[in-house]
Structure formats: C-alpha cells, structure tokens
Design a protein around this ligand. Structure first.
Ligand code: SF4
Ligand code: SF4
Length: 384
C-alpha cells in the first residue's frame, strides 16, 4: 500500500486479520470487543472470529440485551459495560512494595507495565473519554507514571459508529459518532447485501508504518460517500439527547432543587455509574502488610463518589445522604468538571443509563431540573 497518509483505503475483513497478526508480531497485546456473559466487553483477542460477528445490542435505561443481526457486521453495536479505562487506568494496581531490612526498609517500586496494548474498535466517544483522562493523568501538575507508559505505547484502531444505541447521546456532547482525532487507524464498516468492506484512514506515522505492506486499494468516491452516509445516519439514531445550554450554570445554581430528593429515593448508591463511566477516575489506596511484617504494599483501586468512605474525613462523612452523593456525581460530571479541566466530564456514551440497576438517566435528571428550576436561578440570558 503506497502513500498511506494521504488517502482513504478500502480493505476487506481479512485484511483486518492481517493487521491483528502484524500487531501481535510487533509485541502488542490486542484488545477488542468480544461477547461474554451476554454482553459485549473488551478483552484480549487473537482472531476476527473473537469479535461479536453478527451481534448487536438493545439498550435502554437499566436494560442491555444482545440480539442477532441479519448480517455479519463486525462492529454493528454500541458501547458495552467496559471501557478502555480498564486497560489504561486499571481497577486495581499495586503502586509499590516495601521490604523490611535490619533497622530500616527498602521501597521496591513496581516496574510499570510495559506491555504495549493495541485497541481495536474504539468509538468516537471513547476517544474523547481517553482525551479527558489524558487531561487528568498527564496534563496536570502531577503526571501518573504508569498511565503515561501505557498511553505512550497504546495503538488505537478507531471505528466510526454505524449504529447508535438506545442510550447514546454523543452528538449532544459533541463527542461523536465520527472519529476525528486520537487514532492511529480508523475504520468505517460498509456492510450491505453485496459487499462487506472497511474504508480505512491513517491517523499517525505509527498507523502508516503498521499498514505500509498491507495489500489494499484506494477507496472509490462512491465508497467514501457511503461512509459519510453511515455516520450521518448514525447521528439521527441517538436514543437520548442532553440540552447542554448553560447546563453548568443551571446545576451550580440549583443545589437545593427538589429533584435531588426525588432521584435519591431511587438511587441505590451502588456506584455502577462511576464504574462503567469511561471518564470517572477517582481512586483510593489500601496499605497492607504480610503476617510476618516483613513486606508491605500499597495498592490503588477504583473508588466512587457513591461510597461512604470516599468522602470520609476526620470525624465523619461529608456526603452522608444519597441525595448529596448523586448531586456530587452529576454536578461534577456536567458542571464542576468544566471549571476543573476545561471540558464536560461526560461524552454521552450512555453507559451510566444502561447499567444503572434502577434505570436512573442523567439526561432525564438534567431535563427535569431544567424544566422546573426556580426562575430566580436562571442564567443571565433567562434560560433555565
Ligand atoms: S445512579 Fe444508578 S448506578 Fe449510579 S449509584 Fe445510583 S443506582 Fe447506582
Ligand atoms: S456520565 Fe454516563 S453518559 Fe456521560 S460519559 Fe459517563 S457513563 Fe457515559
């Protein structure tokens, strides 16, 4: 394949297998979508057959079901419960160990994971979520060393969404469904009655190197036009929407809105929404010693603003009610995050809606507050 960075290419599904093989031969652990326990989750894959061939999903508040498609699409579904956060910012990670030595002790730092990871099937909203976590872990005052190593070595093959899910609202958050940056290669799947191919775009020099020997041909005008129609159609399929106009000001002006009491009656404070969210990054640390007190270790693990321990400070918990914890999560995500990091903390992936066991819907909660906010607390333009 020549001149790979100046054109779009048409490749066959088998060419994708060729790319997986080349990634493996370059030492990458390849991770992609696969079906497990009735859901599409990201895990190690070795072959195209490991992808959810011919599967799609049906999602709504508190609901997720897999269904068979009428075709053999490889990427014909929306995002599932796992995000790439699990691989770049693992749920459990040992930070260091200490070993007792005579009258002192020695710190043994864990070698940060150097295994390069290749992600296949990264959606536009997920690229945005990775960019948001980059802002948190790499671009602040302190750089997270192990995240940086994993991120520096990650190879990303993105996919333009050919189908939106019932809880998706990435268009509201300006985070999809078309991928525009942050990928090494991107694919748009064209699966029709008489053809099944991908239009591939090269995003980086690493992407160009990976496919320079790939047998392929330039995509035709008609094929490129067809991919644009795929994205345009997906835009019209969003299952949810969120009115983001002055949303930050609206939420920050309404900490005592009665809707917080109403949602608190339903919220189980289980933390599922923070676990599945691709941008939530809060952690805690556990320090332990072995029984002989010769070694100690510090382990970091995901935490959630829905746990009581999370906001425990000397003498008690500052967010003891479900009301205060749900309000904290939603206002951080949609309002304070903008003050803190310069963007919303939500990319509209819809996971927190689908995987909330009682079907609490962040778009519905925001709309309810907007509809009934105290007129005195509207913004300068008179908008609630
Ligand atoms: S909003 Fe839903 S998922 Fe989140 S803590 Fe409450 S019950 Fe759990
Ligand atoms: S808040 Fe919900 S919709 Fe927004 S990014 Fe997190 S999981 Fe996705």
């Amino acid at each position: 394949m020549t001149d790979v960075r100046s054109a779009k290419f048409a490749i066959e599904p088998n060419d994708l297998q060729w790319i997986i093989g080349k990634l493996v031969s370059h030492g990458y652990r390849v991770i992609g979508p696969t079906v497990r326990d009735g859901a599409i989750v990201y895990d190690s894959i070795a072959h195209l057959d490991n992808l959810p061939v011919g599967w799609t999903d049906r999602q709504d508040a508190g609901q997720y079901r897999l269904e068979q498609r009428a075709d053999a699409a490889l990427f014909g579904y929306a995002v599932g419960p796992r995000s790439w956060k699990r691989f770049l910012h693992p749920p459990v990670e040992r930070l260091w160990q200490a070993r007792r030595e005579a009258d002192s002790f020695a710190i043994i730092e864990d070698a940060a994971a150097a295994e390069p990871l290749a992600f296949i099937g990264v959606r536009a909203c997920e690229l945005r979520a990775i960019a948001i976590q980059d802002r948190v872990f790499l671009l602040g005052q302190y750089v997270d060393k192990s995240y940086k190593i994993r991120r520096d070595h990650a190879f990303i093959i993105a996919v333009n969404c050919g189908q939106a899910g019932g809880t998706c609202f990435c268009t509201s958050m300006d985070a999809g469904p078309k991928v525009d940056a942050g990928f090494d290669l991107s694919l748009t799947e064209l699966v029709e009655k008489d053809r099944h191919l991908f239009v591939m775009e090269v995003g980086t020099a690493a992407g160009a190197d990976m496919v320079e020997d790939l047998p392929g041909r330039p995509a035709t005008e008609e094929e490129i036009e067809a991919t644009e129609q795929v994205v345009a159609r997906t835009k019209t399929q969003m299952g949810r929407s969120l009115d983001t106009r002055s949303l930050k000001e609206l939420l920050q002006a309404n900490p005592d809105h009665p809707r917080w009491d109403e949602v608190a009656e339903r919220c189980l404070t289980c933390g599922n929404c923070t676990n599945v969210c691709p941008t939530c990054f809060c952690t805690t640390v556990d320090d332990t010693t072995d029984l002989s007190c010769t070694t100690a270790e510090r382990v970091r693990r995901w935490d959630s603003c829905f746990t009581l321990d999370f906001s425990y400070i000397h003498g008690g918990n500052v967010r003891s009610s479900a009301r205060s914890r749900y309000r904290q999560w939603m206002t951080h995500k949609l309002a304070h995050w903008i003050d803190q990091f310069g963007s919303s903390g939500c990319v509209g992936c819809g996971r927190c809606i689908s995987w909330c066991p009682v079907g609490i819907d962040i778009t519905e909660e925001a709309a309810a507050i907007r509809a009934t906010a105290d007129p005195q607390r509207r913004d300068a333009d008179g908008r609630a």
